[in-house]
Design a protein around this ligand. Structure first.
Ligand code: SAH
Ligand code: SF4
Length: 331
């Protein structure tokens, strides 16, 4: 698709362009009816960065910081297995000091004992560390580039470097990870043109899993007064991304659900084929607040039943395999 066509679809009314229907057809043709479930474990909210949009930023002094113990992490991974999820995603802030040796042992133990596909989302690390994590059993890594607009990136992530983010993504690719990335939609100062650039970049970088969520302004951050009305544009962005990147895995993100009660369902009907249900234990989940509106009360088992029913209602199937990227396999 030409950039001008992408922009048009992002600007126009989806009821008139038939965007969601088209995206749903492309999803069905290229990745099928399976919906893959990946248990999300928010194992630490400690972060040394100060991203303007995020509730875990270091200047947010009101949250209690935690790192789950090895046993707590292990037990949560076992729970994912019991719930029938084929993959787990470990997400955290970016800690300054981190006992990587201990974490590597834990990953090996989880891999050996559960056989789950392990995905990590821990931000920017050294190349050597990515390699060690890969050797310990992690095979996928999620790191959004957030926006391809260099100036906007520097404004939103004042202590991070744009080039470094992309360098990390290319290291991850080189080391053989399935690479996930993504953006927030509706960021202050973000133009439709730059969202079109982001979508074209997903295609250029052959991103295996593309996470798209609305920006949600967080009252504990400097962006507290910005507009929160980003659901519609986010779901249009997801749908156009499905058409431009037909083989990628695309999750129906929690941020979609935070802004709209049926947000996940709408995303699944507009091109998404993955869900990452949150299985973080309750006493930690309420401290991992990137943005407000996140559902912290869902009990993991009950939520898995809800998802099973939702998948059935949509006439889709619960993907039982690992849900490997078709981009990487070149299928
Ligand atoms: N520290 C890691 C992973 C945790 S943050 C990292 O930064 O990569 C995970 C994602 O949450 C971010 O990539 C960002 O896209 C999203 N996020 C953070 N704050 C948000 C907000 N206010 N609204 C919507 N999404 C947000
Ligand atoms: Fe830290 Fe990630 Fe939040 Fe930035 S987005 S403050 S790196 S947790």
């Amino acid at each position: 698709m030409e950039k001008s066509e992408i922009i048009e679809l992002l600007k126009e009314n989806p009821a008139e362009t038939g965007l969601f229907k088209k995206a749903d057809e492309v999803r069905k043709k290229y990745v099928g009816d399976d919906i893959y479930l990946r248990g999300l474990i928010e194992f630490s909210n400690i972060c040394h960065r100060n991203c303007l949009y995020c509730g875990l930023r270091r200047d947010n002094k009101i949250i209690h910081r935690y790192l789950m113990s090895d046993d707590e992490i292990f037990e949560t991974a076992v729970l994912a297995k019991k719930l029938g999820y084929t993959s787990i995603v470990f997400q955290s802030g970016e800690p300054l000091s981190f006992n990587i040796k201990k974490f590597l042992e834990l990953l090996k133990r989880i891999k050996n004992e559960t056989g789950l596909v392990i995905t990590l989302s821990m931000g920017e690390l050294k190349k050597e560390d990515y390699l060690l994590l890969k050797e310990a059993g992690a095979s996928r890594y999620l790191m959004r580039f957030e926006t391809s607009d260099r100036n906007l990136y520097s404004y939103l992530k004042p202590d991070s470097k744009y080039e470094r983010r992309f360098e990390c993504l290319s290291w991850l690719r080189e080391l053989g990870f399935e690479v996930g990335s993504g953006i927030m939609v509706g960021l202050p100062g973000q133009s439709i043109e730059s969202i079109a650039d982001d979508i074209m970049l997903f295609d250029k970088l052959k991103i295996d899993m593309i996470g798209i969520g609305p920006f949600i302004s967080n009252p504990e951050t400097p962006l507290k007064n910005f507009n929160n009305n980003n659901f519609e544009l986010a779901i249009k962005t997801l749908a156009v991304t499905r058409i431009v990147c037909p083989k990628s895995n695309i999750p129906a993100t929690s941020a979609m659900e935070a802004l709209d009660d049926n947000g996940r369902e709408k995303a699944l009907m507009a091109g998404a084929n993955v869900i990452m249900p949150n299985i973080t234990p309750y006493n930690f989940k309420d401290k991992y607040i990137l943005y407000p509106g996140k559902s912290i009360f869902d009990e993991p088992y009950e939520y898995s039943v809800y998802l099973r029913n939702l998948i059935e209602k949509l006439g889709r199937k619960w993907g039982k395999g690992p849900g490997n990227s078709r981009v990487k396999e070149g299928l």
